[in-house]
Design a protein around this ligand. Structure first.
Ligand SMILES: Nc1ncnc2c1ncn2[C@@H]1O[C@H](COP(=O)(O)OP(=O)(O)OP(=O)(O)O)[C@@H](O)[C@H]1O
Ligand SMILES: [Mg+2]
Length: 222
């Protein structure tokens, strides 16, 4: 089984010289291809910070991160951006859709950034929106969508370009229990189809059914 991500002794201290907050403390983690890793921990325990470090969106204080054997310390910031664009999908805790764009335009974005032609981008975006129960919402802008619908558009956008690692920060936080179960099924099917790996920070116990590995973290200020 090949390793997609290998993390050792990963630590992040915010405000090191003023009011230090050890948001992530000595985390070790190995993620194999095709596996689902569920990260839990109380509010403020460092889940979001950990996910940002792994996606290269935030600078670590110490420790190492290897993505498919590439050490982040040996990559330039543009190489990390490139890695994120081609190999990763990210769903933020507060989804961050582009407000001026419709649902289908938001979802198409990673494909256009990866040089897919517009027709293919629209076709693939429709397929993934359909699989998340949003076939009636292609042309809606984020302000015209419910919280749960926005969340599902963000999930569609994170997976549409078939990344090998999808990182999701509380992806079902805004969903009712029935929709949450449907989204979890879609994520599970995606992993099985594409042999991708998922890293999910969540408080949603429904994820334990599909999880291969659980990571409980507990750092941050008390
Ligand atoms: N940019 C920042 N500057 C300073 N401290 C920060 C920053 N971002 C996060 N923190 C602190 O780091 C700790 C971990 O925050 P984080 O958002 O990672 O927690 P979390 O586990 O995702 O919480 P939640 O379940 O509420 O989403 C918290 O104490 C938080 O206040
Ligand atoms: Mg968080």
């Amino acid at each position: 089984m090949s390793n997609i991500l290998k993390v050792s002794q990963l630590t992040k201290v915010f405000n090191p010289t003023t009011l230090p907050i050890e948001a992530v403390k000595e985390v070790d983690l190995e993620v194999d291809e095709g596996k689902i890793i569920v990260i839990t921990g109380r509010s403020g325990s460092g889940k979001s910070t950990l996910l940002h470090l792994l996606a290269g969106l935030e600078q670590k204080t110490s420790g190492t991160i290897l993505f498919k054997d590439s050490n982040y310390d040996e990559l330039t910031s543009s190489q990390i951006t490139e890695l994120r664009r081609t190999e990763m999908g990210f769903v933020y805790q507060f989804h961050y859709l582009l407000n001026e764009m419709t649902a289908i335009e938001n979802v198409s974005l990673p494909l256009l950034l990866n040089n897919f032609d517009r027709e293919t981008a629209i076709r693939l975006s429709r397929e993934i929106l359909n699989s998340l129960g949003l076939s009636h919402r292609y042309s809606h802008k984020p302000s015209e969508l419910s919280g749960g619908e926005k969340q599902r558009v963000a999930i569609a956008r994170s997976m549409v370009h078939s990344p090998s690692l999808v990182i999701l920060d509380e992806p079902t936080g805004d969903l009712d229990s029935a929709t949450s179960k449907e989204v979890i099924d879609s994520l599970n099917n995606y992993v099985k189809d594409k042999k991708a790996s998922l890293l999910i920070a969540t408080h949603d116990e429904n994820f334990t059914k599909i999880s291969d590995q659980n990571l409980i973290i507990d750092s941050g200020i008390i």
